[in-house]
Structure formats: C-alpha cells, structure tokens
Design a protein around this ligand. Structure first.
Ligand code: HEC
Length: 171
C-alpha cells in the first residue's frame, strides 16, 4: 500500500509527497466516475440542484399531447428527439419552469452545451412547445408565477403565451 512508503516524520518534503500521492489517488478514483457521467454533464452540480433534478426525473416521461394543436404535436416530437440526448425527458417534463422567460433561458442553455446538436429552428419549436404545454398542463403553477411578477413583466409574458396560442390555432 502507498501509505506504508510514507515515513513517520512529517518533514515538508514528506508532506508534499503525501499530498502528491493523495491527489494521484483521488484522480485515479474519480476519473472513471466523471467518464461514466460524461454524457449527462451533471457531475459538477451542487447537492440541492442534483436533488431537485432527481425528483423531476422520477415523474412521468411522456405527455399526452392528443388534445394539442397538430403543430404543437409536431414540436413535441422535436422536443422528444433533442432533449433526451443527455438526460431523461422526465427532467424537463416535470421541471418547475413554466414562464416563457424561464424556457427561453433554459432551451438556450441546453442548446449551448457541447454536443447538444440543437439548431435555432429546433430550439424555437421546442421553446414554443414548452411554453404552450406549461400554459395547459401546468396552468396553476404558471398563474402563481405570473401573479408574482410586476405588471409590465406579467403583460409581456402573457403576450408571449397568447402569441404562441394564436400562431398554432387550428394548425
Ligand atoms: C448536451 C446535453 C444536454 C442536452 C442535449 C439537453 N440537456 Fe438539459 N441538462 C443537461 C445538463 C448537464 C443539466 C444539468 C446542469 C444544468 O442545468 O445546466 C441539464 C438540466 C436540465 C434541466 C433541469 C434544470 C434545473 O436546474 O432544474 C432541464 C429542465 C433541462 N435540462 C431541459 C432540457 C431541454 C428542454 C432540452 C432540450 C432542448 C435539454 N435539456 C437538452 C444536459 C443536456
């Protein structure tokens, strides 16, 4: 064992040697862990975020879109294809993001992750799907968040949601 090669007296050089050994050991142990999660990129998250995300992922991994407009149903397919590359679809499906501003920030964030391969067109469709879906399936959470906004911001958010409903009406 490497511990046995460290003498008992803690001279500076021994300490430096011990630190070197420890970091080498840590690197050897941690390397396979970070490789195993390389696809997800979750390894640097703080504990609270990890716990929140784990809870989302325990929820359903699909949405019944049969009552949504046809165009939104098509966007749902883009969402399913693009947002399952690194994590489960249940992560965004059960997320507490509901506002257009939250989805716009998050879709952009996912878009810029290395290897995500999400075009601007796909990102827009996914964003529109998520905003539409939140306004139907998470209406209570959406209304609660809207109520907390300053009037100008609330009006801007409502206008964005309405525009998406209008864009897809009858399509
Ligand atoms: C390239 C890999 C990758 C792709 C593709 C990807 N994600 Fe993620 N996603 C991550 C990582 C890594 C995290 C955790 C760290 C973070 O939030 O940035 C995450 C976290 C999330 C979270 C939880 C955020 C939180 O803190 O509550 C949501 C919601 C989410 N992603 C939605 C999406 C959506 C929607 C898409 C499709 C547009 C998508 N992801 C595509 C890697 C990806």
């Amino acid at each position: 064992m490497w511990i046995e090669v460290i003498p008992d007296d803690f001279s500076d050089s021994t300490l430096a040697m011990k630190i070197k050994f420890l970091s080498l050991l840590a690197a050897t142990l941690l390397l396979p862990i970070s490789y195993a999660h390389a696809g997800a990129g979750d390894e640097n998250l703080d504990a609270a975020t990890k716990a929140r995300i784990a809870l989302f992922e325990k929820g359903p991994d699909k949405i019944d879109v049969s009552a949504y407009p046809k165009g939104i149903q098509a966007d749902y397919r883009v969402f399913r294809e693009k947002c399952t590359l690194c994590h489960k679809l249940s992560r965004p499906i059960n997320s507490d993001y509901v506002l257009p501003s939250e989805w716009s920030r998050y879709v952009k964030r996912m878009m810029f992750k290395p290897g995500s391969n999400i075009s601007k067109v796909a990102a827009k469709r996914i964003y529109e799907f998520l905003v539409f879906d939140a306004s139907v399936r998470k209406k209570a959470e959406l209304d609660a968040k809207l109520a907390k906004l300053a009037p100008a911001e609330r009006n801007a958010m409502v206008a964005k949601i309405d525009a998406i409903h209008q864009e897809y009406a009858g399509k």
